[in-house]
Ligand binder design. Structure first.
Ligand SMILES: *[C@@H]1O[C@H](CO)[C@@H](O)[C@H](O)[C@H]1NC(C)=O
Length: 349
């Protein structure tokens, strides 16, 4: 009895599994390659998650993989459930969200991949139907606490922090440098699609890896007006423009901002390093607007497997490099305060 109590006390605060990397995907097709090829072969039940699927574990690499379920609520629910799961100690983990997204043809092409520098929220929005809004407005989507689209004054720093998460620039830059010259698969079908995007050099170039902002909404939107809104909204909140003078908006997704918010809450509880230890990789399965001269359709040309393949090809070397780096960290790290970001950015080769 006493021995059992002692054992219990020893186990308390000393979780079994200490992931080095947590791979976050949002629905099963995104997860399939990680499970089969990394591999993630040990099944761990996870009834509290939003994705209604198990967690999967690789005990050699100490890598955990999850499927959150799509949309911001499932992402937040799953990351939070995992963060409070007593089987894991996640204080050391780096998180990689690797999912598919819609590409802005002004910023990239289908089959490419974006390392997110910032995550912008597009769910906390006021909406007037365009048929009822003032005729001079370009959109019915408004910021909260403003009376017009992109209303003045520009967001305060406090407002910005509610709507934008800037990821750890050193970690993002490291991941980008490690992967930027990876050759991504191309095909005649992709070429045929992108040829239709006249005058948009980014859309017409071969699939490549880039940096940019992702916009998270719970709506599968498509069309030129929405794309224009996404660019403007991203600039309004994330400020300025990208280094090349183009809007920072690169990819349209659902779960990025909510995942970062859930990690920030776990950080406040001392259970994770928060968004500072988060990488978001979005490979692109479709364009967010039709080619010039065509109307949007509910089902745009959609390259699911191409995008899932790209996410794995770009994400896997980053996971392996993080594992190598984190494996060489001191074992009794949990006795120390959470270490600063610089300690988990592997040195440049
Ligand atoms: C985006 O901003 C541009 C430049 O201010 C404007 O012309 C356009 O109408 C805006 N688009 C939307 C949909 O808000």
């Amino acid at each position: 009895m006493r021995a059992a109590t002692l054992l219990w006390l020893l186990q308390l605060g000393c979780a079994d599994l200490v992931p080095r990397v947590v791979i976050v995907t949002t629905f099963p097709p995104e997860f399939a390659r990680w499970k089969r090829l990394l591999p993630l072969d040990e099944e761990l039940p996870f009834p509290g998650g939003g994705g209604s699927t198990s967690l999967w574990w690789n005990s050699e690499l100490h890598v955990l993989g999850m499927v959150t379920g799509m949309t911001s609520k499932n992402a937040a629910m799953s990351v939070t459930a995992l963060g409070h799961d007593q089987r894991f100690d996640l204080k050391k983990a780096v998180w990689l969200l690797a999912g598919i997204a819609g590409a802005d043809p002004e910023a990239g092409t289908v089959g490419g991949a974006v390392w997110a520098r910032s995550l912008v929220d597009g769910t906390a929005v006021k909406f007037l139907d365009p048929r009822e809004m003032p005729p001079a407005w370009p959109t019915g989507w408004l910021p909260q606490h403003r009376a017009a689209p992109y209303g003045q004054p520009l967001p305060s720093e406090a407002e910005r922090q509610q709507m934008v998460v800037s990821l750890n620039p050193r970690l993002v830059q490291w991941a980008y440098k490690l992967t930027q010259s990876i050759q991504l698969p191309d095909s005649e079908a992709l070429q045929h699609l992108r040829e239709q995007y006249h005058h948009l050099p980014a859309a017409q170039s071969a699939p490549a890896i880039s940096l940019g902002a992702t916009l998270s909404t719970d709506v599968f939107w498509t069309g030129s007006f929405s794309a224009s809104w996404a660019r403007n909204w991203t600039t309004y909140w994330a400020g300025g423009r990208g280094t090349e003078g183009v809007p920072q908006f690169a990819a349209s997704a659902m779960e990025d901002f909510a995942t970062a918010q859930a990690l920030a809450a776990l950080q406040r509880l001392g259970r994770s390093r928060g968004p500072e230890a988060l990488l978001v990789l979005r490979s692109t399965s479709n364009f967010v607007e039709p080619p010039p001269g065509r109307s949007p359709e509910p089902n745009m040309d959609f390259f699911l497997e191409v995008a899932c393949e790209a996410a794995f090809l770009v994400g896997e070397p980053v996971v392996k490099a993080l594992v190598r780096h984190l494996a060489s960290q001191p074992l009794k790290w949990w006795r120390r305060p959470l270490t600063p970001a610089s300690s988990f950015v592997p040195a440049e080769k």
